[in-house]
Design a protein around this ligand. Structure first.
Ligand SMILES: Cc1cc2nc3c(=O)[nH]c(=O)nc-3n(C[C@H](O)[C@H](O)[C@H](O)COP(=O)(O)OP(=O)(O)OC[C@H]3O[C@@H](n4cnc5c(N)ncnc54)[C@H](O)[C@@H]3O)c2cc1C
Length: 460
């Protein structure tokens, strides 16, 4: 065994905590967001800086151990953990430094969306990112990044200017348009396949307060709401973001108590344009059907970003099925209505996110995110707390997915919404960019050290 591969040498070279099964706090340190993945790593390194990351990558490679890189720990398939290998936990590397003049932010590889939003909001700026603020910037950005601001500013990865990456060889490189351009291309949609990103540089957009929030409708109106939303979004100004969902009404003050827990459909809206235009823009959505309750108004952008956090705490069991779709055509609507009416609890949901707009402004070859022609991302997720319920929730998710999948008109789905069993779809999910990704992978990680992800096999 090489000298770099011993635990003793790891301990000498790492400044952050190193946790093994004998240590107090091991169970807490090994836990990831999705309780389905109860794994027992040999060692967890809570890296404090790049040197710790380099040492951990070198250790795992030299020792021939599995390496799980953990950013926010949210991946549905539990890629942030493993059995008997090394977990490289980046959570302590989460500083965000905003340059308000240049409108850029340097963001640690282990930051969560809420930390990013908090830091940029102070300057009236934002990165277009996801819908739940506890999600990791790392995994979300590397897979693409879908959220309220996509139609206006593109995917999260479209705002990426450069990244510092620790390679499979334990070397630090910077990737940008001008430096290691192939790697930079691959990082924008190719997931964690190419190295450990210790910091991301983002372009920031002028977004401070928005007008929006959830509108909860009677389930009976779902067909009208779905069609109205779909058709309206085709023409609506790009400053409007809005997703459609089937849910159970949450226990929140704007829902009458007697209706909380009922099956409903909803729209969650985000108008980031001129506040004076908000009422006119949102009105067609607010009148798409009979409303049970709504909480639409001006609010800081991070408030909307964090609005669902409490509903989705870490430690639940979850199961995901997802597709991109070219359309939610009328002939697909009955399948959505049938299965959307059966959402089994308040945490579970089926969401349809619009893409298009600025997502399309970027060419399909320009970044590794190849599915630019998808109009929607459909995501069906079961969340539950009692492992005895696993089969009930999985069968709802699968039943819904099986019913709507034939209508997607699209081969792949969003890599960040894939679950364990979706590794078989990896080629379709990366779409037209897979072969180039495999070539870049062969250059930067020929032995596939970084394989706990939607894995791209290095080209031969
Ligand atoms: C509650 C919830 C809400 C979500 N909402 C959205 C949403 O609105 N929009 C959206 O696009 N997605 C969303 N997702 C999906 C999310 O993008 C993926 O789960 C993503 O992988 C999470 O990234 P993470 O860093 O938290 O996860 P992790 O499990 O830590 O990592 C996921 C993958 O990325 C790799 N990775 C993470 N950080 C780094 C890094 N710094 N360098 C190299 N590799 C890294 C890991 O190795 C792993 O393969 C959501 C997920 C959850 C659970």
């Amino acid at each position: 065994m090489s000298p770099a591969a011993t635990m003793e040498s790891l301990r000498k070279r790492v400044r952050g905590p190193i946790i093994t099964a004998d240590d107090e706090g091991y169970d807490q340190a090994r836990a990831v967001y999705n309780a389905m993945h109860d794994r027992h790593p040999r060692v967890i390194v809570q890296a404090l800086d790049e040197a710790d990351v380099m040492a951990s990558v070198n250790f795992a490679r030299e020792a021939g151990l599995e390496l799980a890189v953990r950013g926010g720990g949210h991946s549905a398939p539990g890629y942030g953990t493993c059995d008997d290998g090394v977990v490289l936990d980046l959570r302590a590397i989460r500083n965000v430094r905003v340059d308000p003049q240049a409108r850029t932010a340097r963001v640690g590889g282990g930051a969560k969306l809420g930390e990013l939003d908090h830091a940029t909001h102070a300057y009236g700026l934002a990165v277009p990112a996801g819908f739940v603020s506890t999600t990791g910037v790392g995994g979300l950005t590397l897979g693409g990044g879908i959220g309220y601001l996509n139609r206006r500013f593109g995917l999260t990865c479209d705002s990426l200017l450069s990244a510092d990456v620790i390679t499979a060889q334990g070397r630090r490189v910077t990737a940008s348009r001008d430096e290691n351009a192939d790697l930079f291309w691959a990082l924008r949609g190719g997931g964690g396949n190419f190295g450990v990103v210790t910091s991301f540089d983002f372009e920031l957009q002028p977004v401070k307060d928005i007008v929006g929030g959830p509108i909860v409708f009677e389930l009976d109106a779902a067909a009208d709401v779905l069609r109205t939303w779909r058709d309206y979004l085709r023409e609506a100004p790009r400053e409007l973001g809005a997703f459609f969902g089937f849910h159970r009404a949450p226990p929140l003050p704007f829902i009458p108590e007697e209706r909380q827990g009922d099956n409903v459909c909803l729209l969650v809206t985000c108008w980031s344009g001129d506040p004076d235009e908000a009422q006119a823009v949102l009105e067609p959505l607010q009148t798409a059907g009979p409303v049970i309750g709504q909480h639409v108004g001006p609010m800081p952008y991070p408030a909307l970003q964090g609005a669902f956090d409490a509903l989705l705490p870490p430690g639940c069991y979850s199961y995901w099925k997802s597709d991109f779709a070219l359309d939610v055509a009328d002939d697909a609507v009955p399948a959505h209505l049938e299965h959307g009416a059966l959402v089994p609890n308040v945490q579970s949901a089926a969401h349809i996110y619009p893409l298009g707009g600025a997502v399309r402004d970027v060419g399909p070859e320009e970044t590794a995110f190849g599915s630019r022609d998808a109009e929607f991302a459909i995501n069906i997720v079961g969340f539950w707390t009692d492992p005895a319920d696993t089969e009930t929730f999985r069968s709802w998710v699968r039943g819904y997915y099986d019913a709507v999948h034939p209508f997607a008109g699209f081969e792949g789905g969003y890599t960040n919404f894939m679950d364990v069993e979706d590794q078989a779809r990896v080629r379709e999910n990366y779409g037209g960019t897979y072969d180039r990704l495999a070539r870049v992978k062969a250059e930067w990680d020929p032995d596939n050290l970084f394989h706990l992800n939607q894995n791209i096999a290095p080209a031969r």
